[in-house]
Structures are given as C-alpha cells and as structure tokens.
Design a protein around this ligand. Structure first.
Ligand code: ADP
Length: 302
C-alpha cells in the first residue's frame, strides 16, 4: 500500500501561437483542464502501476475541487484523507506556444491549508508500506507524516520537488530521496553535472538517493557505497511532462512490493521506474499520459 501526502491542482492549459509579453493580450486556440499537482499525479501513477493507494490532501469548495476529487476516485484511489476546505482549489495557469515553450503560474489555493494532519491520516500512514511525499504542500504536514511513517516502519520516499534546501528534521526522516539533476543540485547545494558527485552529496544527507537522468535513465546510491546506474528504455519521446511523476509513482510501488531499496533490489526497481517514465514520455499530456502496469511491464527490460 502506498500513501501519498501531497498537492492536487487543476491545470488550466491554453495553447497559443505566441506567448504574451507583460501587458500584452494574445489570442490562444485550444483550452483544456487537466488534473495535476505532483501529489495527485504521483498517486495516480502509483495506482495505475498497480498499488492500493491513499491520497491525503486538500481541494477547495469549488467546481475544480469536485473535478480533482473525481479524478482520484476514477483512478481507484482511497480519498478518505482528501479534505474540502474553504476557498479555491489549487490551480496552475499554463500557456504553451508552438515551440512547446511555456509559462506557468501556480496558485496553491487549498493545498496551502494542509498544514496539520489528523489521527486518521496517522493510521493510514502507519499501515502503508510506502509514504510518498513532495514539496507542494506545507512543510509542517510533510514533516509530520514522515515522522509517523518512521515510527510505524513505513518507508519514506521524498521527491524533493519543487526543489529547495531541506531542513534537518525532514532529512532525518527520509529513507529514499528521488530527484532530477536540477533538484539534486539545489537540495545538495552542489553545482555540477557529474551524477556521481551529486549522488555522493545526496547520500551525505539521506541513506538512499535516486537520481533521474532524463533519456539517460536513472542512478542509485546508498551509504553502504552501492552505486548503480540503469539506462532508460529507448522510446520516441513526444512529451516528457509528468515523466518524473510516472517514475516516482512506479518506484514507490516497486519498493512496496519488494520491501525496500538496497543493492539487490535497486537494479530491477530502477529499470521498472524508468520504464514507467519512458512510457509516459511516449504519450502527449501530463497526468493523462501516466502509464498502466501492463504498459510499464511491456517496456521493462530485466
Ligand atoms: P523530470 O521529469 O522530473 O525532470 P527526468 O527528465 O529525469 O525527470 O525524467 C524522469 C524519468 O523519465 C527518467 O529517469 C527516465 O526514466 C524517463 N524519461 C524521461 N525522458 C525520457 C526520454 N526522452 N526517453 C526515455 N525515458 C525518459
């Protein structure tokens, strides 16, 4: 079982031939709404990858909140931990031009209200195999959930996105840190493109670290000196949005199934998570492109 404590946003996406400059109005063409937020995306990724999944988060008392809730329920996710709070749901205003250049403004809305969790959340976290966290809800809730997980023997996986330096009280509770190269540099405060150097810096902070490397795959390091790198399956990538969410959700599922990440399990776990990321990159869209287990298995090379 995987519990996600995190964000849910509605992405309001408009495509336009040209992005506006400040003060300018341009005419867009297509408009669509897509459920998003790293927390909800990773919960959907985990559910599609085959896990029983709980989502703990907050949406607003507006129509968007209903859409976000329905999307999680449709993915088979247990939403007893999803609050509806006063005010607007979290939204991301996204404009994309013909060259796939974008601008994005995120208004956290209800996500900012998830400051403290309750006893029911504690029970859900303690009963899970894996707690999956990101940094789009208040740090107080993230740290609280991580503490309960640690006490209950639940593996804590933190995807440190959006990237920021992490307080010690959170680092102390993380078992597995999952980051891309940019996030790794910010978290570790080390600015290098050398994956090995990034991993060294990360395992000084947490027991285990997973570094995603885009089309190159992913790498793993731990404090026992294990260093493993696996390639991503070769695919025709059309849109890598949410590939990181697909990767992280699948990684959490593989950890829950294999009872943790170590030198023995890391190669298969990373390859399977890479298959999920690659499958997502093959399809246009964000959360709509998150792959089902059969699709992941088809791309998995043991
Ligand atoms: P993020 O999306 O968070 O920046 P990455 O770009 O590192 O993260 O992608 C996450 C994972 O998705 C990679 O580790 C890889 O497994 C997969 N992936 C991303 N882009 C590609 C690609 N072009 N081809 C194959 N796999 C990809």
């Amino acid at each position: 079982r995987v519990v996600v404590v995190g964000s849910a946003n509605l992405d309001l996406v408009v495509t336009t031939p040209q992005l506006p400059k400040p003060g300018e109005t341009v005419l867009g063409d297509d408009f669509r709404t897509v459920p998003g937020g790293k927390g909800a995306n990773q919960a959907v990724a985990a559910a599609r990858a085959g896990a029983d999944c709980d989502f703990v988060g907050a949406v607003g008392a507006d129509d968007f909140g209903g859409l976000l809730r329905d999307n999680l329920v449709a993915a088979g996710i247990d939403v007893r931990g999803l609050r509806t709070v006063d005010g607007p749901s979290g939204v991301a205003l996204i404009a994309v031009d013909g060259a796939a250049e974008n601008f994005i403004v995120v208004a956290p809305g209800a996500n900012a209200a998830l400051t403290a969790l309750d006893d029911a959340d504690r029970t859900a976290v303690a009963a899970a195999d894996v707690l999956l966290l990101q940094l789009e809800v208040p740090p107080s809730a993230v740290t609280q959930a991580a503490g309960w997980a640690r006490d209950g023997g639940t593996t804590v996986v933190l995807n440190a996105a959006p990237a920021r330096p992490l307080p010690e009280e959170l680092l102390d509770r993380v078992d597995v840190l999952v980051v891309n190269e940019h996030e790794a540099a910010v978290v570790a405060g080390v600015f290098t493109d050398e994956p090995a150097a990034l991993l060294d810096a990360l395992v000084a902070l947490v027991p285990r670290a997973v570094l995603t490397l885009g089309a190159r795959g992913a790498a793993y390091a731990d404090r026992h000196g294990t260093r493993i790198e696996v390639p991503a399956p070769k695919v025709d990538a059309v849109d890598t949005t949410a590939a990181g969410d697909a990767f992280t959700g699948a990684l959490a599922v593989a950890l829950a199934e294999r009872g943790g990440l170590c030198a023995d399990t890391a190669p298969a776990v990373l390859r399977w998570a890479c298959a999920a990321g690659a499958a997502c990159a093959q399809r246009p869209g964000a959360s709509t492109a998150l792959p089902e287990r059969l699709t992941i298995d088809a791309l998995y090379v043991a």
